[in-house]
Structure formats: C-alpha cells, structure tokens
Design a protein around this ligand. Structure first.
Ligand code: MN
Length: 725
C-alpha cells in the first residue's frame, strides 16, 4: 500500500470502504494534531505530523472506523505535546478521549520490557491494558511505522533495543490476535535491523531461486489446477506464496539447514468456498501425490488459539520436489491475514450468523461477536468491544522491572508473598508508583509496587480477609497457627504453674517429661499447648504428677527433693498469673511491656506480639509508634478493677544527693509506703548526685504517685519521676 502523504489522500482512502465518513471531522483531528506538534520533527527530519498521518493510513488497511483513525491522528499529542485529555475530550468527545488515553498508557510502557525473558507477561500486560481492541490496533500500526522509519535513529543500541522489543512483544501480540500480515512485517523489519547480513544473504538467495524456479512454480500450479478440476473444484484459487526472509531464517535456525530448493521458499495455497471443499481438495492432492509423513495438520477441526484455520500438508509434487500446501476457505483466509480485524468487515459482507459460526472457535472473538449480535449498529459494536483476554489478571512491576502476574483484586500483600514468603511475612507497608498505600489496596495493571519490610513485623491474621492468592493465604495461616500454638503454650504453662503450686510443686519441663507416656503426648510443649487450649484438663496433669511423685517417694526417694523444692515468690507480671485486664481474647497470654511498665490506673492498650500473646503498654508509650502502621495488632483493653490486688512493677528515676544515708532515706520512704523495691540500679554517679533507677512493686498509679510525692518531699531527693524507656 502506498504511503499516505496528505490528509486528502487519507480521507480518500477511508472513503473507499466507508463512503459516509465525516471527512471534515477527520480533517479537524489532523489540524488539531498538526498544530499541537507544531515545529516538532521526526528523526528523519520530516515534520512530526507525517507520523500520525501514516499511522492513520496503515489503519485504513483494516477498514477501521473514524474513531480509530482520529485516535491515530491524535495518538502522540498527549504524550509528546502540551495537549491534555480534557482538551481532546472537549474537541472530539469522550470516546476519543478514552482511546487516546489507552494508546498513551501503552506508549508509556515502551522500553520498559528490558528483560525479554518476561516477554510473555509483558504481552499479557499490554493486552490487558488495551481494553478496547482499537487501542491495540493503533499501537501496533504506530509501532509498524516507527519500524519502517527506524533507520533514521542514530544510536545503534537504541535501534537494536526497539527491534528486539518489536519482535518479542509487538509482533507476537499481532500474532496473538491473528494479524499475520502485520506480524510478518514487524518481524521482518526487526530481523533486518538485528541480523542485516543474514537477511541480505537470504534475500539474494531468494532472488536467485525465484528466477530459476518460476517455470517450476507455474508448472506445479497448472498440475494442481488440473487435478482439482477433475475433482469437481473448478473455482478453487491456487497460487504460490513466497515465504518471508524471517520465517526462512527461523526454519534454518530450528532445523540447522541451509535452503537449497524452491520448496523451501514457496508454499502453495488453495482457496475454496466451503469447508467441505477444503477436504475435497485435500483428497485430490493426497490421491495424486505421495504425502510427506508427519506434515499433515488439520487446523480446521482444531483451530489455533488465535482463530487461524487451514489444512496443512506436504507432498512429493509434480517435479519430484517437496511441495507444502495450505487449504482453506475465503473466510478462513481473511481471518488468517487480518485476524480479529477481519471481523469488522462482516458488518458489510456476510451475515452475523455466518460471523458467529466462523468465530466460534476463538473464545474472545466469539464474545465480541455476541456483542455484535446484541448491538443495534456497528458503531455500538465497536464501542462495546472490550478485550476479554487476561481480564482476570493484573500485571505489576517490581522496582527492578520484573513483572509479577497476579489475579485481579490482588493486594500488596499478595504481591509481597508472590516475590518471597519472607517478604510477605515481614511486610509492613507498600508504595504503588511511589505513593504509600494501605496493604489492602487493589493493584492495577502496570503499577510499580515496592514492599516495605521490617524484620520485627509478622503476618497479621486480618490480612487473610483481603488477600486473593492461595500462596499468601496459606502462608498467613501457617504463621497464625504457629503463633496460636505458642500462645496456648504460654497459657498452658501459666495454668499448670498455678495448679501445681497449690500442691507444692514447681512447674518445669523436667517435671512434665516423665508424665508424657501417661498423658499420651510426645512433647512437653504439646502438654502445655493442649492445657492452654483446653484439650487436656489441668486436673489430669496434676493427677499424673501426684501419682508420679508418690511412685518416686516410695520407689526412688531421691527424686522427691527435686519435686518438692520450696517455691520462691515470683514476680507476678510475667504472664504466669491471671491478669486483671478486661477485653482480652480468651486463651491469649498477657505481658506487661518492659518499656513503660503499666500499672493499674494507667490508660493502656494491648499489642499482639508474635509468640508472646498480648503485650500491655501505657497508652502514651513511645514504643507504640512502631505499631502505628498495623492497627490490626492493637487490642483495646482496660484494667479489671474487680480482681484481687497484687503488685505491679513500676519504674522510677531519681536524682539523689551524694551524701551519707541518702539512699537509705529513699528506701525507707518506699518501705514506709508499702512499696517493695525489686531492683535498683545506679545509672550515673557524679560528685554531687547519683542517678538511680528503681523498680518498685505497687498496687496502682495512686500508690505510685503517693510514693513519688513522698520522695519529693525529702531534702536528699533532687528530683524523681516515673521512668519509661
Ligand atoms: Mn507514535
């Protein structure tokens, strides 16, 4: 097809298949684009507007509608000039805006597919992003024209990159939607750039064989014609088609051969009216010549996934040479050449029923045609034409440019687990395209996702509510199960410690170990966990322990001392005693944070901590900032003032004079107020004062404040305050 060099030429070309086209509208789009691109030049030195004009011209080969043509004319304005989508919509309406936006988005992905091992994912991404087929068609023709003018780009590296991307991504995409002509042209242009010497030698050889073999080709066609006439198929069209340099090259690469004869470069094609005639023609060919084994393929009964249908065979032909043949109907031929675009022409030619029948093997084309069936007019059909392929997937980039394919609805947590389970387990936040987003945000095609991790983070059970991948879900469950078990272990230990203590026994692994066979458990930990979960009663463990003690005292007296060691009074804030806290999940172990030492009277909050159950912090504890991004770990709790009073450890810092008996004064004050000092540390010493940290067991904040006030009233105390670190 000749290149288009003026807007008049373009309109003329459209009128050839669409006489009713609004030429003025097309002209207006051209003027708009020409003005926007202004003095911009192509690498060739030509005015930039020649490029969108030629892209529009390439589209006319597929008889595309005005919206596609206008989109082609405008396709680079938003990306390369100051034009906005709003302006496009104001001038040309919403449909054009959506199409131009689609092409612009695809253009922004150009050059992003550096790693061609990911080409398949990248192709899917492009397909999924071109929601409207016309977007993809404009983009493919854009690429075709850029390839046709590739030679003007100066940098060899850039040319090579564009050529590789064209072969791996765009040519393959054209094939995916069945547009064979477009595919072959893109491939051959890429081939010429990447392997110019190989291509030159193939072209030379082709010319030689073509001259040598013209008579032979004509003779073969005449002989096939004769046999088909005999078979009652006088209308069959027969011709020899020369293979493209690139496909010869591919074949040579594959089979490690050189091409020597005509049969390596010419394939014969028989085109008939009906499917029945295809098989009739095949019968005639096979009846007259020997077939080459392994070469027969029936793509009519089993079409290729892009909708391609034909019978393929190879025989030892009239000149005792191998002859490859393709047999198909006219409609199949059209689909083979133009792919999905072939279906546009049905609106003028064949009936919808015929279109439906022919498209029935290709699921998404069938879906398009069903829309056609339900649409009032072809324009509506085009409007409703959405690419259904890969709509159940999204494709996102890692910061390094790798593509991760995920199901639709996937979140950053799914993404994190898709990269590595360790990334998922430690993820605390995510950035999409550089912006912080919630972990449950839904990912969109083309998003660049960066996962923020923290070594201290652990998976949250609440993630399970929004993740969509099986991998993420099973990893989270695995973690939650482990965590639950360790909480049950802690709880079981606490229960047993208390129960055994009442009988004068101190809980230890050594105490439980000999009881394992009796309790029918393998590990000491299992006993704790099952007691915590309520699967074994504390009484059962106690009975076993008592029985064992009895046996020991009668049989092996030596063990008794070990079991009846007197108990020391333990600090009560280690989770081993029932806690005066309301609002807890039953079975969760509790700890008081060592950073802020909460005591009754403090406003408190619980934080779920891996393997430790719940840690209680004072509401204004600075440590809580670490959990600001994981609200799901926060548990609202309150003191249960009805519970028996027992001491809690609090911590104070005091500066006291460096003089005799100063420390004694402090301890006396605390003792007098019934506070029990459980730890004392001198943290700083100078000539005139000591700085000390004191852990004091108190009932509640009132008790502590009382002690602090009393200390402040003493002369030797310079300052005293509650200490939180
Ligand atoms: Mn362009």
């Amino acid at each position: 097809m000749p290149a288009i060099d003026s807007i008049d030429g373009l309109i003329e070309q459209i009128k050839a298949y669409d006489p009713g086209v609004d030429g003025e509208l097309i002209r207006r789009a051209y003027a708009f684009a020409a003005k926007a691109h202004g003095a911009q030049k192509r690498a060739s030195g030509e005015p930039y507007i020649t490029h969108p004009l030629e892209v529009a011209g390439l589209l006319t080969e597929y008889r595309l509608d005005s919206a596609s043509i206008i989109t082609a004319l405008l396709h680079d304005t938003v990306e390369d000039t100051g034009v906005t989508l709003e302006q496009v919509e104001k001038e040309f309406g919403q449909e054009i805006r959506v199409l131009v936006d689609g092409v612009t988005k695809l253009s922004r992905l150009e050059g992003k597919s550096e790693d061609l091992r990911q080409a398949e994912n990248f192709r899917k991404l492009l397909l999924a992003m071109s929601e409207d087929l016309r977007v993809l068609l404009v983009k493919l023709c854009d690429r075709l024209h850029n390839m046709q003018t590739l030679k003007y780009i100066k940098s060899p590296e850039k040319r090579a990159r564009i050529a590789r991307e064209t072969a791996e991504i765009y040519a393959a995409l054209a094939e995916r939607i069945g547009m064979r002509n477009l595919k072959e042209e893109l491939q051959d242009l890429a081939f010429a750039e990447l392997y110019s010497e190989a291509r030159d030698s193939i072209v030379k050889r082709l010319e030689f064989l073509r001259e040598q073999g013209q008579n032979e080709v004509n003779h073969t066609i005449a002989t096939i014609r004769e046999k088909l006439n005999e078979a009652g198929l006088p209308n069959a069209i027969i011709y020899g088609r020369e293979k493209k340099p690139f496909s010869i090259w591919k074949k040579m690469e594959r089979k490690n051969i050189s091409f020597e004869q005509l049969s390596d470069i010419i394939a014969f094609r028989i085109i008939v009216d009906t499917v029945a005639e295809c098989y009739q023609a095949l019968g005639a060919v096979h009846a007259n010549w020997h077939t080459v084994p392994g070469q027969f393929k029936d793509y009519i009964s089993t079409p290729k996934s892009n909708g391609y249908q034909s019978l393929h065979t190879a025989v030892i032909g009239p000149g005792q040479q191998r002859v490859e043949m393709q047999i198909r109907t006219h409609e199949m031929h059209k689909v083979a050449e133009y792919g999905v675009a072939a279906h546009w022409t049905y609106k003028q030619g064949a009936t919808k029923a015929q279109a439906l029948k022919d498209g029935k093997q290709l699921k998404w084309v069938r879906e398009l045609l069903e829309i056609l069936e339900q649409s009032e007019n072809p324009e509506e059909f085009l409007e409703n034409t959405k690419l259904e392929m890969y709509h159940d997937q999204v494709f996102c980039f890692t910061p390094k440019g790798d593509i991760i394919a995920l199901p639709r609805g996937a979140t950053p947590v799914d993404f994190a687990y898709a990269i590595h389970s360790a990334i998922g387990d430690t993820c605390v936040g995510a950035k999409i395209n550089g912006r912080i987003v919630p972990l449950k945000a839904q990912l969109k095609n083309g998003d660049q996702v960066e996962i923020i991790t923290s070594k201290t983070q652990t998976p949250s059970p609440s993630w399970e509510r929004f993740v969509v991948t099986g991998k993420a879900r099973s990893e989270i469950r695995k973690f939650v199960r482990t965590q639950q078990k360790s909480e049950y272990v802690n709880l079981g230990k606490a229960i047993l410690a208390k129960t055994l203590k009442a009988e004068g026994l101190e809980l230890s692994d050594k105490l439980i170990e000999p009881l394992l066979p009796k309790l029918n458990k393998k590990l000491v930990e299992d006993v704790y966990a099952e007691v915590g979960e309520g699967l074994i009663t504390r009484q059962a463990v106690l009975d076993a322990a008592l029985e064992s003690r009895k046996a020991a005292s009668t049989g092996m007296g030596g063990m008794l001392s070990n079991l009846t060691k007197p108990l020391r009074r333990k600090a009560k804030s280690d989770g081993a005693a029932p806690m005066p806290i309301k609002g807890l999940i039953p079975g969760m172990a509790i700890h008081f944070a060592k950073c802020c030492h909460p005591i009754p009277g403090d406003r408190i909050v619980g934080i779920v901590t891996t393997g430790k159950g719940i840690t209680i912090h004072v509401m204004d504890c600075e440590t809580l900032e670490n959990y600001a991004d994981s609200p799901e770990r926060w548990i609202s709790v309150a003191w249960d003032t009805g519970k028996e009073e027992f001491p809690h450890i609090s911590r104070i810092r005091a500066h006291i004079s460096h003089e005799p008996a100063a420390l004694a004064t402090v301890t006396q004050v605390i003792a007098k107020e019934l506070g029990n000092i459980s730890n004392l540390k001198i943290t700083h010493r100078s000539t005139d004062f000591f700085e000390i940290l004191l852990d004091i067991e108190v009932r509640d904040t009132k008790h502590l404040n009382n002690i602090i006030a009393n200390l402040r009233s003493r002369e030797v105390v310079q300052s005293v305050e509650r200490w939180q670190s």
